[in-house]
Design a protein around this ligand. Sequence first.
Ligand SMILES: [Zn+2]
Length: 330
Amino acid sequence: MQINSFSDFSGQDKIKNYMSDAAKNDRANHAYILSGRNGSGRRTLARLFGTALLCEGEGDKPCNACRSCRMAASYNHPDLITLTHEKPTVISVREVRDQLIDSISVKPYYGGKKIYIVPDCEFMRQEGQNALLKSIEEPPSYAVIILITDNPASLLPTVRSRCTGMELLPLSDSIVKDHILRTTSANDREARICAAFAGGSIGMALSFFESEDFKEDLKNTLDFIKQSKNLPANEIFAFAKDISENKDRILNILDIILFMYRDILMYKSIGKDASLTFIDETGYIESKARETDYEEISKVLKTTEDLKGRLKSNANAEAALDVLFLDISV
Ligand SMILES: [Zn+2]
């Protein structure tokens, strides 16, 4: 679903209100840094802000009806420019010159503004930032530059000090869940699980929802956890071997185990009022909580957390997965 208004964009009310007011009252600054994690919606919000600033309509902006809004919605507005870079982790000086510095002095085609959105600014080296600095220091009156980054500290202090900083903070699970329900075909269970795994990022939740691998891993891992008590050791090792090839999938599977064991722990301490991620597995969670003591649950949680940490530093997973899965099968 395309997000065409600030009200369609979930969360980040403070930033949205600022942007909406700045567009309505024509009081935008010349340079912004929009920071936040990948998947937090920085580009979407930057485009909304740009569209609102260019909007020729009356009242709330963007109006989504005027010529400017229609051009922006179809990615066809000559005054709403998003920089691109060829190499995945480098923005070259040449790219900054060609796409921004050389054209910023050319007046806007239509209204009174010209918006530059620069994604991935953490990939801009010092030379690129220095080249950009002049445009930020003495911009033409109509120009607005929006720098997007997951790491504002990667920008030079001279650049940072001339920009208005806005940080997109992680959203609550319930906001993420509501957004998934509102904008996709997800059912309540899928939306709740994707939100739990996404850690406050709508983009991450959407990518979990769209991932067939994730759905398969979720089903297989939950089946494994539920059946592991009756599985012979060779089948437990076979499951570990099967998933140990792919690190991204292992991390997802470890998270599934963590969420399941947190549910078991919650149920054991709070009972049926516990707020569970895997609410439709309540029957299993209840019986597991009853027959497992706190020590065993904590052991699985700790082993899983440790393994996640070790995988991030490139450890071999298979042997450690064997140990973890044997703990689960107790
Ligand atoms: Zn408009």
